[in-house]
Design a protein around this ligand. Structure first.
Ligand code: NDP
Ligand code: MG
Length: 383
């Protein structure tokens, strides 16, 4: 069980909920890191007394340093600061809750020190899942998923001793705010419309990914890497109620599912306490009032991103890293009003046409693919 954490992305949706769990479980916090949220990081640092506080943005870090000058908390900035937070000596667990592929190198650094990784930052596994999982094996680092679907699968697999007994993983998907819409209707959707998720309150980027279904595509790749299964053994099903968080089908036809209210604190808490469980203050799911559970096939004609992600997963090499970087750029552009909703998948497709895929990539190849894809995406978005 976790005793001391380093929390990367502490001011975000997962980060704030992780600190609620830390408060509840009495965990110590050795390092806190975020991008530029000075006020919130100051408040968190005053409450949790980390040894190290990091803001990626230099000016924000300067401001934080001035604010915390009456404490003995060290303040650092930049990629180097984020790496230091990931490697802080006192932490046995690093919670990776930054958004985007910026999480990759700090995650790898923590893995090389054998830390437990409570992994929320799915972009890391999408870009470099094979390298990350190989490093985890080499350095004996446990990777415990925080993403609710992958936590559900992780929970269903406890006690499964032979991976060959798993026939298929089934990731559930809420369908997002635009479930049932046609491609033509999606064209008109604005950031305001897309930010209204039916069941979860999350950061802006993952909320848009949930509306395009790219999130489910990223999660298919995340599941393939975490559980080393081929693409044809990872399926998705639309389940509007977000009560079943995902399922495992075994070879004898048995299916195990994990159910619960849509509350990220459950998978966060489990990542901290695994292999044990801890009592939770929240009310559990009430089967008598949760209503009927429904299932539908995803519409990959209208929601192109899910189809694109599966194609990239099949292609392998740097295809997923290219797709992920293009998607990050396109999502932020959509949020700034610089492209339409369907412009997101069009940007990703266009970048995939322009940037060549490298096979059996090194970390340097993956970082370069990420850079080239962002450059290509910005050029496409400027047109
Ligand atoms: P948010 O946008 O709410 O938070 C992002 C966090 O990352 C903030 O703390 C932000 O700091 C920080 N950050 C961004 N860029 C950097 C950087 N360059 N260096 C350091 N910190 C940085 O995102 P979420 O919490 O929603 O998501 C975080 C990750 O977890 C994503 O990968 C997402 O896909 C995954 N996830 C989230 C779920 C959810 O329910 N929210 C569910 C499953 C997975 P600042 O505040 O200063 O900008
Ligand atoms: Mg999820």
């Amino acid at each position: 069980m976790t005793k001391t954490i380093s929390l990367l992305g502490c001011t975000g949706s997962i980060g704030r909920q992780t600190l609620e769990v830390a408060r509840e479980l009495g965990l110590r916090v050795a390092a806190l890191a975020a991008h530029s949220s000075v006020d919130l990081l100051e408040a968190q640092a005053r409450e949790f007394h980390p040894r190290l506080a990091v803001l990626y943005d230099d000016d924000a870090a300067d401001a934080l340093r001035r604010r915390l000058c009456d404490t003995d908390i060290e303040v650092r900035s930049g990629a180097e600061g984020l790496l230091a937070a990931a490697q802080v000596e006192e932490a046995d667990t690093v919670v990776t809750a930054v958004v985007g592929s910026v999480g990759l190198e700090p995650t790898l650094a923590a893995i090389r020190l054998g830390r437990r990784i409570a992994l929320a930052n799915k972009e890391t596994l999408v870009c470099a899942g094979e390298l990350v999982m190989a490093a985890a094996k080499q350095y004996g680092a446990q990777i415990v998923p925080v993403d609710s679907e992958h936590s559900a699968i992780f929970q269903c697999l406890q006690g499964c001793r032979d991976q060959r007994e798993v026939k298929r993983l089934i990731l559930t998907c809420s369908g997002g705010p635009f479930f049932g819409m046609t491609y033509a209707q999606l064209e008109r959707m604005t950031p305001g419309d897309a930010l209204k998720h039916p069941n979860w309150t999350m950061g802006a980027k993952i909320t848009i990914d949930s509306a395009t279904l790219m999130n489910k595509g990223l999660e298919v790749i995340e599941a393939m890497r975490l559980y080393s299964l081929p693409l044809d053994r990872v399926d998705t099903v639309i389940h509007r109620q977000s009560v079943i968080h995902s399922l495992v089908e075994f070879r004898d036809g048995a299916m195990l599912a994990q159910l619960g209210t849509p509350d990220m604190k459950l998978p966060i808490r489990y990542a901290m306490t695994w292999p044990q469980r801890a009592a939770a203050p929240e009310a559990p799911l009430d089967l008598l009032t949760c209503g009927a559970l429904t299932f539908h096939a995803p519409d990959t004609e209208a929601f192109r991103c899910l189809a694109i992600a599966r194609q990239c997963a099949a292609a392998g090499g740097t295809a997923c890293a290219i797709m992920n970087a293009a998607n990050e750029e396109a999502v932020w552009a959509f949020l700034r009003g610089e492209t339409g909703f369907n412009g997101i998948h069009r940007t990703v497709e266009s970048v995939l046409d322009k940037v060549a895929v490298k096979y059996q990539p090194s970390l340097a190849d993956i970082l370069e693919a990420d850079r080239l894809a962002r450059e290509a995406a910005r050029a496409v978005l400027r047109r």
